[in-house]
Ligand binder design. Structure first.
Ligand code: OFO
Length: 173
């Protein structure tokens, strides 16, 4: 049975993953409307990935005898100033998610819930991958600057970039 404190921390994390999915969906839609189809595809996939992170938590909370809360979501922005602005937002957001995951891990340790602690390790690794990817993309965006040819290649390359990282055996990611 989940302790109330852990259940609350996991439900907060469910909300955060749902907000991430919604935020990236808004970015994807903006990119698509700007004709950046590769970027849009990458962000649509990223949004799906975040929904999967949320679902995994929902199932875990319910399986452990808690009650998952499906949250109301705030409306994300509809427009972004630039591609750089999109990816800076994405990187900042991922850093916030990492902090939040670390906080959940910390609560697991103080509450001596080693089962949830073990479950959360998947998220810890995932955040390392996602932050690294977001930084690599930001570096590229900075390198391109206002070069239209560079932007074309960047957008094309992003379409091939796979956001999905490996999930540990036996865990439905
Ligand atoms: Fe759920 O990993 Fe990004 O936010």
């Amino acid at each position: 049975m989940l302790k109330k404190k852990i259940e609350k921390a996991l439900n907060d994390q469910i909300k955060m993953e749902a907000e991430s999915s919604q935020f990236y969906l808004a970015m994807a839609s903006w990119a698509e409307s700007e004709g950046l189809n590769g970027t849009a595809q990458f962000l649509y996939d990223h949004s799906d990935e975040e929904r999967m992170h949320m679902l995994k938590l929902v199932k875990f909370v319910n399986e452990r005898g808690g009650k998952a809360i499906i949250p109301a979501l705030s409306k994300p922005p509809m427009t972004f100033k630039s591609l750089k602005h999109v990816f800076q937002n994405l990187l900042d957001h991922e850093e916030k998610v990492t902090e939040s995951i670390n906080e959940v891990v910390h609560i697991c340790l103080t509450e001596k819930d080693y089962t949830t602690h073990n479950f959360m390790q998947w998220y810890v690794s995932e955040q390392i991958e996602e932050e690294a990817l977001a930084r690599t993309i930001m570096d590229k965006v900075n390198m391109i600057g206002n070069d239209k040819g560079g932007l074309y290649l960047f957008d094309r390359d992003l379409e091939q970039t796979n956001i999905t990282v490996d999930s540990p055996a036996g865990q439905q990611a």
